[in-house]
Each structure stands twice: as structure tokens, then as C-alpha cells.
Design a binder for this molecule. Structure first.
Ligand code: PAF
Length: 283
């Protein structure tokens, strides 16, 4: 069932009083990564809601909001195949009101702590996580799910959402699901659509760097500077490295030495497309 407005969704939700409800928040352009979240939600919950909303307030002025792929018909087909109960696809007006300037001058925003935001993607995507937390909290309030499903691919996002849920006592359990990769190792992302075939090959550098760091760690290298330096032999002039970090996977704190709670995270541009990936050093 496709619903566009909040009242209809609430009416439907009120009929599910004694059932567990799972929410899979997405921006559409669904791929196998999203489908793995939906499958996990189906296994865990009686009813599953997938939201499809390209959230304007999490994009910076020079980012890809306008060209972000919008494929609602195809998304609907995929959701129907997976047995999703409701696809909630609101407009920006439904989410943020008509005529409102989309800024924290006029709207209430959720601002996650600076410590979690001032690193990794948050360092260059100013305001991004305010936009993410704001829309995710709104979706939680609208859908009132028991469980919400997020991919590890956006590792910083999951840590920040867990922190928000904990700090604001939101009654929802966050379920983190593993990254889904192409056979080549490329992590699935809606933004892979922007890459040429050649670019997709060049993009393999992200997973190669991360796998190599994990393998070095398994061979006993724990010095983080040394682990990060192993990346340089993989990078060429087709790659614009934005960051490569090894941090604590739960808190995103810096570490002196890598340990079994470490995560390596990378962001790199290929053909101008900003790609991210990460790996747990111990799994
Ligand atoms: O990960 C995403 O697709 C988005 O950031 C989310 C969680 C759907 C919020 O718009």
C-alpha cells in the first residue's frame, strides 16, 4: 500500500496495536542493500513500513539533491515483492509544511553532539547529520515503530542515530544490518548509479584499502598511523581521498592502537562521486 500523507499512515498504524512494527527509512532508489534491511525487518516484525523520502535538509547546497535518483514505481514493485505492508512516500511539504524555509531559523531541528558530527562525513557535509536526525526522529514519531533498520554502510549515521535514541529516550530499537557488496567488493549505494563502468572498477580501491587494513591488523599491526599508511600504495590519480580513519566502532573515539572494537572508515571521490565504505577489523 502506497501512502503519501501522515493521517492515512496514522490511521493504518492504529490498527496494528498489538503487532510489532518495523520501519526501514530510505531515500528510495532501492537496491539489494535496502532489500536486506527489508528482509531483516520482515523476519523481526509483524508489519513493515518502508519510507521513501529524499530529505532536502540533509543535503548541502552544492550536493546532489536535485539529481538524486527518484524511482518510486520501481521501488514500489520491489517492496511489494518483499511483502512490505506500507510504503510511506511523503512530499517535502508534508514533512516540513508549506512555504517554510527549510532551515533551523524557522523549523525545529535535532542537532546531534558536536563530538560525533565533527569528524568523518560530518566534517565536510556541514549540517548533514542535523538533517538526518531531524527526519529520522520525525519518521519515528509518525510511524511509531518498535524496530528501525539501518545499514552499517553509513556507520557514522547509525552511531549518531543510536545516540539520539538513547539521549532523547525514543522508544525504538535500532537494528544495524551488514553492508551488502557486489561480487567485486564494491559496497552497494544509490550513488553507484553515477559511476561509469571504468569508475566502478576504480571505486574498488575503497574496499581493497579496507580489506588490506583488516588483514594487516589480523597479522598483528595495531599502530593506527602504520595501518593508514598502507592505503597509499592503492591510491592513484583517479582517487581523491577525503578521509581514512580507524576509530572505536561504538563511540567513534580516536584510538592510539587498533583493537577488536575498531572500525576503518573511508570516503573517496571517484569520477567526482563521493563514495564511503567501512569495515570492522574484528568480525
Ligand atoms: O540513509 C539514508 O538513506 C538516509 O540518511 C535516511 C536514514 C533515510 C534519512 O533520510
Amino acid at each position: 500500500m502506497l501512502l503519501h500523507n501522515i493521517e492515512e499512515l496514522r490511521d493504518q498504524r492504529s490498527e496494528w496495536k498489538n503487532l510489532t512494527v518495523g520501519l526501514v527509512p530510505t531515500m528510495g532508489a532501492l537496491h539489494e542493500g535496502h532489500l536486506s534491511l527489508i528482509k531483516k525487518a520482515k523476519e523481526t516484525c509483524d508489519k513493515v513500513v518502508v519510507s521513501v523520502f529524499v530529505n532536502p535538509i540533509q543535503f548541502g547546497p552544492s550536493e546532489d539533491f536535485d539529481k538524486y535518483p527518484r524511482t518510486l514505481d520501481k521501488d514500489m514493485e520491489l517492496c511489494e515483492k518483499e511483502g512490505v505492508d506500507i510504503v510511506f512516500a511523503p512530499t517535502p511539504e508534508t514533512m516540513y509544511g508549506k512555504g517554510n524555509r527549510l532551515s533551523n531559523d524557522t523549523l525545529t531541528y535535532v542537532c546531534p553532539p558536536f563530538f560525533y558530527v565533527n569528524k568523518l562525513c560530518g566534517k565536510t557535509r556541514i549540517g548533514h547529520f542535523d538533517g538526518v536526525c531531524t527526519v529520522v526522529l520525525k519518521l519515528f514519531n509518525i510511524v511509531q515503530p518498535d524496530y528501525a533498520f539501518f545499514g552499517q554502510k553509513d556507520a557514522q549515521q547509525v552511531v549518531i542515530i543510536k545516540k539520539m535514541v538513547n539521549d532523547l529516550n525514543v522508544p525504538v530499537e535500532i537494528v544495524q544490518c551488514p553492508i551488502v557488496r557486489e561480487e567485486s567488493g564494491l559496497a552497494l549505494s544509490s550513488r553507484n548509479k553515477y559511476l561509469s563502468e571504468e569508475g566502478k572498477k576504480d571505486a574498488l580501491v575503497l574496499s581493497k584499502i579496507l580489506n588490506n587494513i583488516k588483514s594487516c591488523y589480523k597479522h598483528g599491526i595495531t599502530d593506527i598511523k602504520a595501518l593508514k599508511e598502507t592505503a597509499y600504495s592503492f591510491l592513484g590519480d583517479k582517487h581523491e581521498l577525503e578521509y581514512l580513519e580507524v576509530l572505536n566502532k561504538n563511540t567513534l573515539e580516536e584510538q592510539v592502537k587498533a583493537d577488536d572494537d575498531s572500525i576503518a572508515l573511508i570516503a573517496c571521490r571517484v569520477e567526482g562521486v563521493r563514495l564511503i565504505d567501512n569495515i570492522y577489523l574484528c568480525e
